[in-house]
Write a protein that binds this ligand. Structure first.
Ligand SMILES: *Cc1c(COP(=O)(O)O)cnc(C)c1O
Length: 508
């Protein structure tokens, strides 16, 4: 019926040529290109298919020019988009070509699950986590998926602990459900104690029947991203509540870390052990800070020190790891909890492996049954660039972020957020890969994000900080180069202010 590329070599050649093209000048297609592409989309399902050749032509000429080339540019600073390294892009296309289903560990038939496990242990090495301490590890669809796993495991654990301590009984949410488990454990409330959490944590709480309202802010009044330890202790001690402590390792708006060093995480760990709580780290971006080594990055290193004491950790692949969408990862210390939550019960045909094989079938420790081979791009990119390559990529991203922050601080027209006391050097030392700022002119601040995006030269996200509009630059692309990118960012911001000062009416 249709021809796929004849050989893997053809496929590689095609992708390799794509990778060597320079990134697009504009970070977004023009509005005309977008509406043209939209108008060309199939209005109805064709009865007789167009066939492969015309379809490829249609994709090339009509659809793709209107697609967002964001991740191919190092000047797309919206969200935390990440890019895709050439090795990861290539491998991702192989994934499609091979179309493996990585659900069941079938060591006599495929090494796909071995590759997944190896990619995850290599990742542990990169992130300076002892993989033997995190035997439950799996790739997910992204950090949201990983946060769902983290809260699901936490929910299972804390009610089991409460039932054991209070009633000398046992329970499993996976088995008898949350309501019966809470009853058995004499728990009236499950609370997620956290500071400026990512929105996906509320979503995870909603999906898991804990409810968005179970998130409780235990941040400091003057540094909302950081834990107020007294408040945390007060909540965790509540007699009829069971707690999950969620550490925001790099908060999504500011890139700041919830904890300030090993000792603080140790203290949280002690509290959690005392009261049967679970510690989950949302390290979608921040966990990557652990690969840095320079004294210039000490504040970041302090922010991700001690995270190895957590019960579970979320990381993102399609952000700073720069593999294509969809890829997140999840590590937990407790494989038995994973099996209680995720086991596909009774599917005898899915039983696998001999007893000395430690790889668990992914379908028994994660959300999905059939799954994409999302381990391969991670395996490929870690193999291609190694720990040094990744450290250097991240160093360049921190360098650009700090250069932008420095420009903002020196400028008369902009203000770095959050506004805190400190010397310029101190403030810069806290910058990881996100720069949040606003224009001092309130009206300009309101319009700034739209105006910056309209240039198509750089892309930024709008956000709100303490009730007022703000602009956020998230640097997350492997191509980042301060010499190339900084002058463009500066000129966009300078032009913006110059045009504004001529009179707001001259801008439409
Ligand atoms: C991006 C992000 C998420 C959500 O990640 P997805 O990969 O988009 O699901 C969760 N937490 C934090 C801190 C993030 O930055």
């Amino acid at each position: 019926m249709f021809d796929a590329p004849e050989t893997i070599e053809d496929l590689f050649a095609g992708i390799a040529s794509l990778g060597s093209e320079p990134p697009p000048e504009n970070v977004l297609p023009s509005e005309e290109a977008l509406s043209h592409a939209r108008s060309k989309l199939q209005a109805q399902l064709p009865i007789e298919g167009l066939g492969l050749e015309p379809t490829i032509k249609h994709l090339r000429e009509d659809v793709c020019p209107g697609l967002n080339a964001s991740s191919r540019s190092s000047r797309y600073y919206g969200f935390v988009t990440g890019g895709a390294t050439p090795a990861a892009s290539l491998a991702d296309n192989l994934v499609t070509a091979y179309d493996q289903n990585v659900a069941v560990h079938l060591p006599g038939e495929t090494i796909a699950t071995d590759v997944e496990d190896r990619a995850l242990t290599l990742l542990c090495e990169l992130l300076k986590l002892d993989s033997t301490q995190f035997p439950h590890r799996i790739f997910t669809t992204g950090a949201t998926g990983s946060n769902i796993l983290g809260l699901a495991c936490g929910r299972e654990h804390i009610l089991r602990e409460a039932a054991a301590v209070r009633n000398d009984s046992t329970t499993s949410v996976g088995e008898i459900g949350i309501f019966a488990s809470m009853h058995r454990a004499a728990i009236h409330k499950i609370q997620i104690l956290t500071t400026v959490p990512h929105s996906s944590l509320s979503k995870a709480a909603s999906i898991l029947g804990l409810g968005r309202a179970s998130l409780i802010d235990v941040g400091l009044p003057d540094a909302p991203h950081r834990f107020d330890m007294t408040k945390l202790r007060k909540y965790i001690e509540a007699p009829d509540a069971a707690s999950i402590v969620a550490i925001s390792a790099a908060e999504v708006n500011s890139g700041l870390f919830a904890t300030t060093g090993f000792d603080q995480v140790r203290e949280i760990r002690n509290m959690a052990d005392m009261y049967g709580a679970w510690i989950h780290v949302d390290g979608a971006m921040g966990i990557m800070g652990r690969i840095l080594t320079s004294p210039a990055h000490q504040t970041i290193l302090d922010g991700c020190a001690g995270l190895e004491l957590a019960d579970s950790i979320t990381g993102d692949g399609h952000k700073l790891l720069n593999v294509p969408y969809d890829c997140g990862f999840f590590f937990s210390r407790h494989p038995e909890i994973a099996l209680r939550v995720f086991s596909n019960p009774g599917a005898a045909y899915l039983a696998t492996g001999d007893s000395d094989d430690t790889i668990i079938s992914p379908l028994n420790v994660g959300m999905e049954n059939s799954r994409r081979f999302r381990a391969l791009p991670v395996y490929a990119t870690l193999t291609a660039y190694g720990s040094d390559g990744y450290r250097k990529m991240l160093e360049k991203q921190v360098e650009l972020s700090r250069a932008v922050a420095s420009f903002i601080m020196d400028s008369e027209d902009f203000e770095l957020l959050p506004t805190t006391e400190g010397t310029k050097e101190e403030l810069l030392s806290r910058i990881f890969m996100i720069v949040m700022f606003r224009a001092k002119d309130e009206e300009l601040s309101k319009q700034m994000v739209t105006r910056i995006k309209a240039t198509r030269k750089i892309y930024v996200s709008g956000t709100a900080w303490q009730g007022s509009p703000a602009c956020r630059i998230a640097v997350s692309n492997w191509r980042t180069d301060v010499n190339v990118d900084l002058p463009i960012i500066q000129s966009v911001l300078e032009d913006l202010v110059a045009a504004w000062k001529k009179g707001p009416n001259q801008l439409e």
